[in-house]
Design a protein around this ligand. Structure first.
Ligand code: NAP
Length: 252
C-alpha cells in the first residue's frame, strides 16, 4: 500500500475553528479531502469561506466549550451532517496571564475547563461512538511547549497543557488497541490572538525570536502538515506522541 495522507471521505471535527491555528488546521484537513465540522462560540464565516476556497465542505456548529453542555451535541450534529465522525482535533484553548503569587481561582478554573476538562469529555464522546460502531479514528490534541516547559505567569495554562500531554498518552494506551490514534501537536510560538500580548512586548518578542532557530514566529499554515499527518493513514502506527512544531525551539 502506498503511504496515504488522503482524507477523502473522512469527516473531521475541529474545535476553535474560527481563527488562528484552528482555522489553519481546518483548511489543511479540507485540502487533504476531509469534510470539516467547525466548532466554536464565534462566527465561522471566515473559516467557512477559506475551506470553500480550498475546495472543501464545512458545517458550523455553535458551541461554548467552557461547559460540557455541547459535548454530545457536537458529535450528533456532525454525524447528522455526513453520517460519520472520523477525526477530532481538540484545538480550542485559552490562556490567562498573571504572576503565580496573585493568580485567581477564576483564572485557574476557566483555563482548566476549556483546555482540559472539555477536551477529555469530548474525546470520550467521540471515542464511545467509534468503539460502539467498531471503527477506528484519530484524535489530535493541540498541546504546547508548556507541555514540556514551565514558562512564567501562566500557571493554569502550563498545568492544563502538561496535563494534556499526560492525557494524550493515557488515552493512547487505552484506545490504540481499538484502532483510535490519540496524539498531540505542540506548537511553538505562532502568530495568533493567543500570543498577541507577547508580540506586543518588545523585550519578550526579541527574547523569543532570538531563541527560535528557524528565525521567525510560526505562521498558522505551518502547522497544517503535522495535523494532516496525525489525522491520516500515514500515522496509523503512531500513538501517544506529542509532536513539537516549533521552528526548533526545543532543540536549543
Ligand atoms: P486563538 O486565536 O486565541 O484561538 C483560540 C481558539 O479557541 C479560538 O477559536 C477561540 O474562540 C477558541 N475558544 C476559546 N474558548 C472557547 C470556548 N469557551 N468555546 C469555544 N471555543 C473557544 O489562539 P491559537 O493560538 O489559535 O490557539 C489554538 C490552540 O493552540 C490553543 O489550544 C492554544 O493553547 C494552542 N497553542 C497556541 C500557540 C501559539 O503560539 N499561538 C502555541 C501553543 C499552543 P474565540 O475566538 O471565540 O475566542
Amino acid at each position: 500500500m502506498p503511504i496515504s495522507f488522503d482524507l477523502t471521505g473522512k469527516t473531521a471535527i475541529v474545535t476553535g475553528a474560527n481563527t488562528g491555528l484552528g482555522q489553519a488546521i481546518s483548511v489543511a484537513l479540507a485540502q487533504a479531502g476531509a469534510d470539516v465540522a467547525l466548532v466554536g462560540r464565534s462566527s465561522m464565516a471566515e473559516t467557512e469561506a477559506a475551506v470553500s476556497a480550498a475546495g472543501g465542505r464545512s458545517l458550523a456548529i455553535q458551541a461554548d466549550l467552557s461547559t460540557l453542555e455541547p459535548v454530545d451535541r457536537v458529535i450528533s450534529e456532525t454525524v447528522a451532517w455526513t453520517g460519520r465522525a472520523d477525526i477530532l482535533v481538540n484545538n480550542a484553548g485559552i490562556i490567562r496571564r498573571a504572576d503565580a503569587i496573585d493568580f485567581t481561582e477564576a483564572d485557574w478554573d476557566a483555563v482548566m475547563d476549556v483546555n482540559l476538562k472539555t477536551v477529555f469529555f469530548l474525546s470520550q464522546a467521540f471515542a464511545r461512538r467509534l468503539i460502539t460502531e467498531g471503527k477506528g479514528g484519530k484524535i489530535v490534541n493541540i498541546a504546547s511547549l508548556l507541555s514540556f516547559q514551565g514558562g512564567i505567569r501562566i500557571p493554569s495554562y502550563t498545568a492544563s497543557k502538561s496535563g494534556l500531554a499526560g492525557l494524550t498518552r493515557l488515552l493512547a494506551c487505552e484506545w490504540a488497541g481499538k484502532g483510535i490514534n490519540v496524539n498531540a501537536i505542540a506548537p511553538g510560538y505562532f502568530s495568533t490572538n493567543n500570543t498577541e500580548a507577547l508580540r506586543n512586548d518588545p523585550d519578550r518578542n526579541a527574547a523569543i525570536l532570538s531563541r527560535i532557530p528557524a528565525g521567525h514566529w510560526g505562521q498558522p499554515e505551518e502547522l497544517g502538515g503535522a495535523a494532516v499527518f496525525l489525522a491520516s493513514p500515514a500515522s496509523d502506527y503512531v500513538h501517544g506522541v506529542v509532536l513539537p512544531v516549533d521552528g526548533g525551539w526545543l532543540a536549543r
